[in-house]
Design a protein around this ligand. Structure first.
Ligand code: DQA
Length: 150
C-alpha cells in the first residue's frame, strides 16, 4: 500500500500523561507533548496523518484499539503497565489486522521481574524497548515499512 496519505494512531496507556515528571531517571525529562511533536514532524515529512491518544483506563484503551481498525492504517502502542497482564488489550490487538508496533521507553528486560512478561507485545508485529522516546520514532518508521509491504 502507498504510505502517502496513510493514517497512524499512537495510543499511550496509563501514567504516560505524567511523562517528564514521573521517575525521570527511568523515563527521561521529555513530556508526552514533546514526543507527539517529535513524531508529528516525521509524519509530516512522510505525508502521513498522525493521531495521538493517551488513556489511563483499560476499557477506554480497548475501545480505542477497536476504533483504530476503522480509522487507522497502522498502530503504535505503549500500553504502559497493562502490557504485562491485560488479556483484554491482548484480545483487542489480536482482533484487528492493521500493522501494530509496541513501544516501551524503558528497558523493561532489565527491570523488575514482573515487567519481563510482555503479554500485549505478543499480539503485535514488533516490539521496541529501552531506547527512550526514540522508540516512538523507530516505531513510526517501522510502521511505514509494514504499511508499504502490506
Ligand atoms: C513503560 C514500561 C511499563 O512497565 C510501565 O508500567 C510504564 C511505562 C515504558 O514505556 O517503559 O508505565 O510502558
Amino acid at each position: 500500500m502507498q504510505v502517502k496519505g496513510a493514517t497512524i494512531w499512537v495510543i499511550n496507556g496509563p501514567n504516560l500523561n505524567l511523562l517528564g515528571e514521573r521517575e525521570p531517571e527511568i523515563y527521561g525529562r521529555e513530556t508526552l507533548t514533546d514526543v507527539e511533536k517529535k513524531i508529528g514532524e516525521i509524519a509530516e515529512e512522510n505525508q502521513v496523518n498522525l493521531e495521538f491518544f493517551q488513556e489511563n483506563e483499560e476499557g477506554k484503551l480497548v475501545t480505542l484499539i477497536q476504533k483504530a481498525r476503522l480509522h487507522a492504517d497502522g498502530l503504535l502502542l505503549n500500553p504502559g503497565a497493562y502490557s504485562h497482564y491485560s488479556l483484554a488489550i491482548y484480545d483487542a490487538l489480536r482482533a484487528i489486522t492493521i500493522p501494530k508496533v509496541e513501544v516501551h521507553i524503558s528497558q523493561v528486560a532489565a527491570r523488575e521481574e514482573f515487567r519481563r512478561n510482555l503479554l500485549t507485545a505478543g499480539a503485535c508485529d514488533g516490539l521496541i524497548a529501552g531506547l527512550g522516546t526514540y522508540g516512538y520514532v523507530l516505531g513510526l518508521y517501522a510502521l511505514l515499512e509494514l504499511i508499504k509491504e502490506g
